[in-house]
Ligand binder design. Structure first.
Ligand SMILES: *Cc1c(COP(=O)(O)O)cnc(C)c1O
Length: 445
């Protein structure tokens, strides 16, 4: 793509100037609309999310058979939502972020099979494709138990097909592991920043891993090219996939029951703030879309991105979406938060999020390790650095004048004592012990 000159754009925007200097910023979305207005202009609806939810239920017997660790939840891949009161106290004492209300951790870090939020979207997309192929070929008839798909006959059928994906790591793991379980040939195209242990784990499952010297966008481009040349190959397109997005959105449908179990309400008097780490945008976008459908104006969703890779913020704040990359404003796109090392956002997600997202914050890499140690120390829960970006949410909420103004503008001041803050922990449980040790002793600016 031709390199455009954005000097004029940057000159006019104090926000872009701060971003360009690699400073942490807070951005409030000026296009946020009341839910009633926002929902009128979206191509996807609650019915699409319900359809995805039902599909995952149909696949539950199959999942349970292939992955016995999902037995407890009868083949549903779901994570716990837990209060983290010690972390809440630490945020107050260490960062001066004295939150009122509840601080909760949504532990997608501990989702079965893939150990990250990608177990939602990635696995859903592989299953959707599998259902399409199986119904078309008559391997599966409507109404039959999907357990049948674990039989040798089905596996032999899927062996003729290929699944490919470009990934910084975690998406490749979820697509790779699930595709291999179904029986597909799988190729994961990995960018330079992907961790060695993720490549090793995938290869141990029979997944072909192709490594690139370049960044994520290039890995996606090459992967798509190879896949397009093969009529039996299916390419999982992280930048544009509606299926991935809907798989993530299902998370929100399952949240009300979890909240109820904890005796926590989300309604007009009890607002919720949700903070989600963002890479290309699919996971946080899908989750946010689902949450807005379920809780409407009572939920306020914020994305968090690294200071060197704030692609979604850049796309949304300039309105240029995927026409601009972080490199265009002189940032590196490089970060220790490997799942978030994305230079160009999903244009599809940016467009869908425009009326729904409350805002964004960015975070320095050094803080991610600090937050990681904080959570280990207070709650004995390990998250990978990328996932710890979520913690920046409440810290900035209390510190930033812009966010305090957001609270006043939405008439939330008096309700903050009854609010819930949800840190969406997006990954970590598969990180091997020696890498955890390395993370624990990493200190950056
Ligand atoms: C992928 C990922 C994200 C962000 O998801 P996107 O769909 O890329 O925005 C956040 N955290 C972790 C740990 C991830 O692996």
């Amino acid at each position: 793509m031709e390199k455009k000159n954005y000097d004029d754009l940057i000159k006019k925007s104090p926000l872009l100037q701060k971003m360009q200097r690699g400073e942490e910023v807070v951005w409030i979305n000026p296009d946020l609309c009341p839910f009633e207005t926002a929902e009128k202009n979206t191509e996807l609806t609650m019915a699409d999310i319900e359809d995805a939810e039902k599909r995952l239920e149909r696949f539950a017997p199959f999942i349970m058979k292939c992955f016995p660790e999902t037995k407890d939840r009868k083949g549903l891949i779901e994570s716990v939502l837990t209060p983290v009161p010690e972390m809440k106290a630490l945020l107050r004492d260490k960062y001066g972020a004295g939150l009122e209300g509840n601080l909760l951790l949504k532990q997608d870090s501990h989702l079965a099979i893939a150990g990250s939020v990608k177990a939602r979207g990635g696995i859903y997309e592989v299953l959707k494709h599998t259902e399409d192929l199986a119904l078309e070929a008559g391997i599966l008839k409507p109404g039959e138990s999907y357990e049948k798909l674990a039989d040798q006959e089905a596996r032999d059928f899927f062996r003729n097909y290929k699944v490919q994906v470009g990934s910084t790591g975690n998406l490749g793991m979820s697509i790779g592991i699930m595709s291999a379980a179904v029986g597909y040939q799988v190729i994961v195209h990995m960018s330079a920043d992907a961790r060695q242990w993720k490549k090793d784990l995938l290869r141990s499952r029979g997944v072909e891993v192709i490594e690139y010297e370049s960044d994520y966008s290039e890995a996606v481009k090459q992967g798509r090219k190879m896949s397009d040349q093969d009529p039996k190959s299916y390419f999982v397109d992280d930048e544009n996939s509606r299926n991935l997005f809907l798989g993530y959105a299902v998370a929100a449908r399952r949240l009300p029951a979890q909240l109820q179990e904890l005796g926590i309400k989300i309604d007009r008097e009890h607002p919720a703030f949700v903070y989600i780490p963002c890479g290309v945008g699919g996971a946080p976008g899908g989750i946010t879309f689902g949450l807005k459908q379920v809780f409407k104006d009572n939920v306020h969703c914020f994305f968090v991105e690294p200071v060197q890779a704030p692609c979604m913020l850049l796309g949304m704040a300039t309105g240029l979406n995927n026409a601009i990359s972080v490199q265009d404003i002189g940032l590196t796109g490089q970060t220790h938060a490997d799942g978030l090392a994305v230079g160009r956002p999903s244009g599809f997600v940016g467009g869908v999020m425009k009326p729904f997202l409350s805002g964004e914050m960015t975070v320095r890499d050094g803080r991610l390790y600090e937050y990681m140690r904080d959570l280990l120390q207070t709650e004995d829960i390990f998250l990978e650095p990328s996932a710890c970006a979520a913690v920046q949410g409440p810290v900035k909420l209390m510190e930033s004048e812009k966010l305090q103004e957001y609270i006043r503008k939405h008439d939330l001041e008096k309700k903050m004592g009854k609010a819930s803050h949800i840190l969406w922990a997006t990954g970590g449980s598969l990180v091997p012990p020696e890498v955890r040790e390395e993370y624990k002793s990493t200190y950056l600016e």
